[in-house]
Ligand binder design. Structure first.
Ligand SMILES: [Zn+2]
Length: 317
């Protein structure tokens, strides 16, 4: 049994596991999922038990993961009769249902979800709860209306990406599941575009196998393996991550840990991004500085909309 959401005791809100990951890595938020308690999202069920009747998390804090993150029942977790989150099968069936993301959000919100901490963190002494009436001055964007935080919407890019990657062997499903991004609605299948076909359409989620990550210490360039063809000529594709972008990122530590490991990794890694479309540019040649060559390139503008990860199974597409 995988949960679409769980109730966070410290935030008094229902969160997806991707929200939890986002909060764990966010250096501007005092949140640690190990110090929180996650309870059944069914209001009636949750009200029946005390707050010790908690769920456990899987891959809530792992920067790089292969298996789909999720909340799950502990052996001791109880539910009321008829609660749809009650485990329906015996433990002997193994964990096969953990291997794919089944909760497809119908909309990916490009504005980040905001949280107001309502309850003190459980089990930590001397922790001063934030006064919800005083928003930190750094908080610029206004909170989303409650209707926009319904479970079928997500503001965490990793969620639709996990839906795509973990269900890559089920094209019919990806072709049938709707996804809305901004003003556009399409299917998961249509929204994810291989990097070599980026000229087909703008405004999609482009992805491809990483050829190399150039580490310039405070900035990075991600080179893709596949080339874009234009007028019968192949062009390299890359995206550039500026120093300023990384320094101002609220998940800077986790991001640097991930990209530095990726740069040294021997394993096949893929990059997914949204929001910019690489375009043909002329750049000076290193060997002959008075010569230029063409490359499809873009500057990433929002690190929340970029993911580097393993993606077994996408190779055969
Ligand atoms: Zn329940």
């Amino acid at each position: 049994m995988k949960f679409d959401t769980a109730y966070s005791l410290s935030l008094d809100e229902k969160l997806s596991i991707y929200d939890v990951r986002d909060l764990n890595f966010d250096e501007t938020t005092a949140f640690d999922s190990d110090k929180d308690s996650f309870l059944c999202p069914n209001d009636e069920c949750r009200a029946t038990f005390d707050t010790g009747n908690a769920l456990s998390t899987f891959n809530a804090k792992n920067v790089n993961y292969l298996r789909t993150p999720h909340f799950k029942n502990k052996t001791s977790t109880r539910h009321i009769d008829g609660c749809r989150y009650a485990s329906t099968h015996k433990t002997t069936t193994g964990e096969n249902d953990d291997e794919r993301e089944e909760n497809f959000p119908s909309e990916w919100l490009l504005t980040r979800r905001q949280y107001e901490r309502k309850n003190p963190v459980v089990g930590t002494e001397g922790n001063v709860p934030l006064d919800p009436t005083k928003a930190p001055s750094s908080r610029i964007s206004t909170p989303l209306p409650a209707s926009d935080t319904a479970p079928d919407k997500t503001s965490v890019f990793a969620h639709p990406v996990e839906c795509y990657v973990s269900n890559i062997d089920d094209k019919d499903k990806l072709k049938s599941m709707p996804l809305k991004i901004g003003d556009h609605t399409a299917t998961y299948w249509t929204f994810f575009k291989k990097i070599e076909y980026l000229q087909d359409n703008k405004g999609l989620i482009y992805w491809g196998k990483i050829k190399a990550i150039k580490d310039y210490t405070s900035s990075f360039r991600i080179d893709f393996e596949k080339k874009v063809w234009l007028d019968r000529k192949p062009y390299s594709v890359n995206v550039y991550l500026s120093k300023k972008l990384i320094e101002n990122y609220r998940k800077r530590k986790a991001f640097l840990e991930q990209i530095k490991a990726a740069a040294d990794s021997e394993r096949p890694l893929y990059c997914f991004f949204y929001g910019v479309t690489p375009e043909l540019q002329q750049v000076p040649s290193k060997k002959n500085p008075d010569q230029t060559f063409g490359v499809f390139s873009a500057n990433i503008e929002n690190l929340d909309h970029l993911i580097i990860r393993e993606a077994p199974g996408v190779e055969g597409l």
